[in-house]
Ligand binder design. Structure first.
Ligand SMILES: CC(C)(COP(=O)(O)OP(=O)(O)OC[C@H]1O[C@@H](n2cnc3c(N)ncnc32)[C@H](O)[C@@H]1OP(=O)(O)O)[C@@H](O)C(=O)NCCC(=O)NCCS
Length: 165
């Protein structure tokens, strides 16, 4: 993580959502048009990396989720209680502005999400992600995430393996 110049904070109304420009228009539009409503309804929390007071260099969202025990690799599932689902935290979206790509910021936001999920008082077995394509899935695998055997674009990382900050 290059880290130092960025501040990682919850999204607030003063931040410049309109100026955010990743290479994914749906992810730009979500930040511009949808995220504040999702936050108000408590279906997502959003955290941003600020390059200065208001410039958003990257963002991600977190929400509660669950994983079907039967979707997990057998080696993982056999160590878990025999309930139909296990609790998880979903990182629904992650995007970096094109001006800030390739500087370690995506990895830093991922580490921040893992840290928040692992520090929560509400237990979750894993951080899970739905990768939007195979390139995104490769990014998560590079960071240790494991793909579900029959759903290769859904990946998870057990939180017990995460070092707390
Ligand atoms: C995917 C994305 C978040 C990566 O952010 P980034 O800041 O450019 O990535 P980083 O600089 O933090 O890369 C960190 C590490 O991941 C690796 N990496 C980046 N993209 C990768 C990929 N597609 N496959 C494998 N490894 C990848 C880098 O080589 C780097 O490795 P290192 O730490 O060993 O040097 C960014 O490109 C993006 O916003 N893409 C568009 C939206 C998107 O795809 N979101 C993903 C989820 S739906």
């Amino acid at each position: 993580m290059s880290g130092a110049p960025f501040r990682l904070v919850p999204l607030d109304a003063a931040h410049d959502r309109a100026g955010f420009n990743s290479n994914s228009e749906p992810l730009n539009r979500y930040l511009r048009e949808q995220v504040t409503q999702d936050i108000r309804r408590r279906v997502a929390a959003c955290f941003v990396a600020l390059a200065d007071e208001q410039c958003i260099a990257g963002y991600y969202t977190l929400a509660s989720a669950s994983l079907l025990l039967s979707d997990l690799p057998a080696s993982t599932g056999k160590k878990l209680p025999r309930y139909p689902t296990v609790p998880a935290v979903r990182m629904g979206r992650l995007a970096i502005d094109q001006a800030f790509k390739g500087q370690g910021l995506g990895g830093a936001l991922l580490a921040d999400a893992l840290d928040r999920a692992a520090r929560s008082e509400i237990a979750a077995f894993a951080l899970m992600v739905d990768a939007k394509d195979e390139t995104a899935a490769a990014f998560y695998q590079h960071h240790g995430f494991i793909a579900l055997p029959d759903l290769p674009l859904t990946l998870f990382l057990p939180l017990a393996t995460v070092q707390h900050s």
